[in-house]
Write a protein that binds this ligand. Structure first.
Ligand SMILES: [Zn+2]
Length: 206
């Protein structure tokens, strides 16, 4: 262990470890990105990218799900973390081919229904008619939750659903949309799984 690591706090170390590249499918599916936003790390640590309201706000703005400087409150971050658990539950059910928890399905539908979704006709005095779904700034978080919930519903019913998988490299808890046979969310998880297999082979041969 080098001296610089001992100088850093454990929190910094954990956040750095959590800075994994996105799992396949996250770029297309914000619901998958949300499900993967609390990363289980080797050594029993968890890095929660939504750990504080400021982190939650950053997570949303990075994905264009909220404007910058929303000033998110802890209750908003809690709502987001709560939706994450419901999405994770649904993805796990889908991957296992098991029935979903009714409460998880209801949570997704509630999040979608809580905001107006109709794309209304609006008329700009200068540029003319256009369509948009209006949402008041007071409902920024509700709007973000609705978008993520709708994406979860899409993901679970789209052709991508058959390729949903849980990363096969313990202790990783991320989900991914598989491309080819790769069962890992990242190169690092693949390397760790291969190293663990090689170690297991060596120890059984001894
Ligand atoms: Zn992984």
């Amino acid at each position: 262990m080098d001296a610089t690591r001992t100088m850093r706090s454990m929190e910094e170390f954990v956040m750095e470890e959590a800075a994994l590249p996105s799992a396949p499918g996250e770029a297309e599916h914000p619901a998958l990105a949300l499900a993967n936003s609390a990363v289980a790390l080797p050594g029993g640590h968890t890095a929660d990218l939504l750990g504080t309201p400021a982190q939650a706000e950053q997570w949303l703005t990075q994905r264009d799900l909220a404007p910058v400087d929303t000033g998110m409150a802890e209750t908003c971050a809690t709502q987001l973390r709560s939706l994450r658990e419901q999405v994770r539950s649904l993805l796990a059910s889908r991957v296992a081919g098991q029935p979903a928890l009714r409460t998880a399905v209801t949570a997704i539908n509630d999040a979608m229904s809580r905001v107006p979704t109709a794309s209304l006709l609006l008329w700009d005095e200068k540029t003319g008619p256009y369509r948009a779904t209006p949402h008041p700034t007071t409902a920024i978080v509700e709007h973000a939750l609705a978008v993520i919930a709708a994406d979860a519903a899409d993901l679970l019913t789209s052709s991508d659903a058959a390729r949903l998988a849980a990363c096969a490299s313990p202790p990783c808890n991320r989900f991914l949309v598989k491309h080819g046979r790769r069962q890992w969310c990242s190169i690092r998880c693949g390397d760790r799984a291969r190293a663990a297999r090689a170690y297991a082979r060596r120890t059984t041969m001894e």
